[in-house]
Design a protein around this ligand. Structure first.
Ligand code: NAI
Ligand code: MG
Length: 496
């Protein structure tokens, strides 16, 4: 079969071309009203495929399917059964990793080599990690004061979960959401982002092939309106959301009204601090990949760099040099390290921040303002601003593009104050050879994750999430399993 896109394997091409359906109750179906929406290849700007646009009737059907799976075959499955299915899904993802890496590159613009090296293994290991949990979900017996009484707790699934994910790591985000929910015994309606609907639909095929009972996982493609209808559905007991702080606030407000359980993983403006005694080679490398990885479209992007004044020029000069040399390229090219931004909208947004930074008086030491209209793909070169002040929008707001702001500091107190001067609190980093400084700062930085002499390390067992405007709750590890469980207390009189 000829591929519609140069460099694309026939398996991925065949999938992309397919007439796509919503995944409801184990079947792929068109939207009830027949609507679809287009998705684009960010490397070229060309139309790639159409996905079904789920409306309120589809949300009703998906929530009903999830409910009946929970009350039916999925709810009746023993813990070991859930574990086996999660292992099977991980195996299927592994078998189809090359194809999934291509679909992801094509739909979201993330370099295929990066998907293969990082996103796919991370998604697979996430399912494997949570596959171990179902058989370890245990209640407790409580030594209560009443005589002749047995008191114990049961851990039960919260219920039907609405899971809404963004476009920056589509498959990995789907894994982060699905695995703990399924391990806990919940059923799910997953909504991928409108920019990247395809990999979740391919994942849905693998869910079906793995043998999950129909309705256990449902996938609705659509946009913010689809998401809004889903989170507002009265049949949804818990919402898990990753995306913008603005939408997170709206979801949390609605969840408060309906008393739904909610976890949110939102934006960030994460500070990275280089002390005078740091290993400068390592710090420069960490600062570079911390911001420019995935072209800055990462919630934990190290987007604010603070360097001790004695090392400032050296660090900034080296970073600017490396950024100038970085080549952007199409996502399917195996040599590409820096792909396009995901959409024309994000391109415009990041361009606006570059223009705004210049207008505010900052100096662009690397990178450039891209043309007003993208010439094909949505490419923005890695950029570095210096001469910034704490009030500038480029310093305060999440840009979600390859744009770093750098400033010097004179002492550690000033560094901590600058780092914590943000509405966000997702990640923070410190580069130093002093163990004492490292751990003292780890305690003082207000963030959900602190990286010492590293950036963006991760493991399915290690909690991930933020404080302040960066979110509520934690993904990964036992913490996220608990977010999908309710505790029931059972009192028994033994007097009979
Ligand atoms: P967004 O928050 O609008 O979209 C994320 C997901 O939420 C998508 O699936 C979208 O369809 C859905 N959604 C949108 N409005 C909704 C609503 N009212 N109710 C329920 N679901 C809704 O983010 P967007 O517009 O794609 O990106 C805007 C900015 O958000 C980015 O520039 C970045 O700053 C931030 N962002 C942060 C992410 C993170 O990883 N924390 C991921 C994506 C975006
Ligand atoms: Mg949006």
């Amino acid at each position: 079969m000829n591929s519609p896109v140069p460099g694309l394997s026939s398996r991925a091409a065949e999938f992309v071309r397919r007439t796509h359906g919503l995944f409801i109750g184990g079947a792929f179906v068109p939207a009830a009203d027949g609507r679809t929406f287009p998705t684009y290849d960010p490397s070229t700007g060309a139309h790639l495929a159409d996905a079904p646009y789920a409306g309120p009737a589809d949300v009703d059907a998906a929530v009903a399917a999830a409910r009946s799976a929970l009350d039916g075959p999925w709810g009746a499955l023993p813990a070991l059964g859930r574990s086996r299915l999660l292992v099977r899904l991980a195996e299927l993802l592994e078998e189809h990793a090359a194809e999934l890496a291509e679909i992801e590159a094509l739909d979201g613009g993330k370099p295929v080599a990066m998907n293969e090296a990082m996103d796919l293994p991370a998604a697979i290991e996430h399912f494997r990690y949570y596959a171990g949990w179902p058989t370890k979900i245990e209640g407790e017996t409580i030594p209560v004061h009443l005589p002749d009484t047995l008191c114990y707790t049961r851990k039960e699934p919260v219920g039907v979960c609405a899971q809404i994910i963004p476009w920056n790591y589509p498959l990995m985000m789907a894994a982060w959401k699905l695995a703990p929910a399924l391990a806990a015994g919940c059923t799910v309606v997953l909504k991928p982002a409108e920019q990247t609907p395809l990999s979740a639909l391919r994942l849905a095929e693998l869910v079906r092939e793995a043998g999950f009972p129909p309705g256990t996982v449902n996938v609705l493609t659509g946009d913010g309106e689809t998401g809004r209808a889903l989170v507002r559905h009265e049949g949804v007991a818990k919402i898990a959301f990753t995306g913008s702080t603005q939408v997170g606030r709206e979801i949390a407000a609605g969840a408060g009204e309906r008393l739904q359980r909610v976890t949110l993983e939102l934006g960030g403006k994460s500070p990275n601090i280089v002390l005078a005694d740091a290993d400068i080679d390592a710090a420069v490398e960490g600062a570079f990949s911390g911001i420019y990885f995935n072209s800055g479209q990462t919630c934990i992007a190290a987007s604010r760099l603070y360097v001790h004044r004695s090392r400032y020029e050296e660090v900034v000069g080296r970073l600017a040099g490396a950024a100038q040399k970085a080549e952007v390229g199409p996502a399917l090219d195996r040599a590409t390290r820096f792909g396009p931004l995901v959409s024309a909208e994000q391109y415009e947004r990041v361009r606006g921040y570059l223009l705004g930074g210049l207008a505010a008086g900052a100096t662009l030491r690397a990178g450039e303002v891209p043309p007003a209209a993208p010439d094909g793909g949505f490419f923005v070169r890695p950029a570095l601003f210096t001469d910034v002040t704490p009030g500038m929008r480029i310093v305060r707001e999440e840009i979600f593009g390859p744009v770093l702001v750098a400033a010097p500091f004179d002492d550690v107190e000033e560094a901590v104050a600058l780092a914590n001067d943000t509405p966000y609190g997702l990640a923070a980093g410190v580069w130093t050879r002093s163990l004492g400084q490292a751990h003292t700062l780890a305690a003082r930085l207000r963030a959900g994750m602190v990286y010492l002499n590293s950036w963006a390390s991760g493991d399915p067992g290690a909690p991930f999430g933020g404080v302040k405007a960066s979110g509520i709750g934690r993904e990964m590890g036992r913490a996220n399993l608990d977010a999908y469980l309710e505790t029931k207390t059972v009192w028994t009189s033994l007097a009979f």
